[in-house]
Ligand binder design. Sequence first.
Ligand code: ADP
Ligand code: ZN
Length: 186
Amino acid sequence: MNVIQSDHGWIEVICGSMYSGKSEELIRRLRRCQIARQSVSILKPQIDTRYSNDYIVSHSDLKIPSTPVNSAIEILEAAADSDVVGIDEAQFFGMELVAVCQQLSNNGKRVIVAGLDQDYRGDPFEPIPQLLAVAEYITKTLAICMVCGNPANRTQRLTQDEERVVVGGRKIYEARCRKCFKPPLN
Ligand code: ADP
Ligand code: ZN
């Protein structure tokens, strides 16, 4: 992607299944902004304290300091003075995040959002579909299917929980391809 600094804002979405490298890619882009001495705000939802409260941490142990926030609206204030805004685990912020990203990018900021595009049923996971519609740049990342080794774009829940949001790692979720993914029966 050829990103040239200007007074125009835009939205970049990085989406895919769990373990597909969304956080790695987000961290890579944000590091480059920091090297270029741009002012960068990095936010994640308070709910996601799996690995750390104060960092975005990838499954490959890359990390970058971040600020936990309780709602999408809080991002507006937290990022008010930044050129670049990085947001991880977008699916936990709900639909409010769309208007927030629109406002930030309309104000001239580069907004980079990473999140799951499908839930454990394989259904589109708001607000990512809506963000994809308004984004300038879209990156879909793929993991490796843990059953057959092909590229995977689904997240298999390994437990019987039926809530849409169950925060967890390797014991609860694995990456699966279209063929090996088994949606829940009910
Ligand atoms: P995401 O944010 O999409 O969950 P991360 O960026 O946190 O992904 O982690 C990606 C890393 O996860 C990979 O580089 C690899 O080290 C590790 N990993 C673990 N399981 C898998 C898998 N099934 N397919 C690909 N990478 C995996
Ligand atoms: Zn498979």
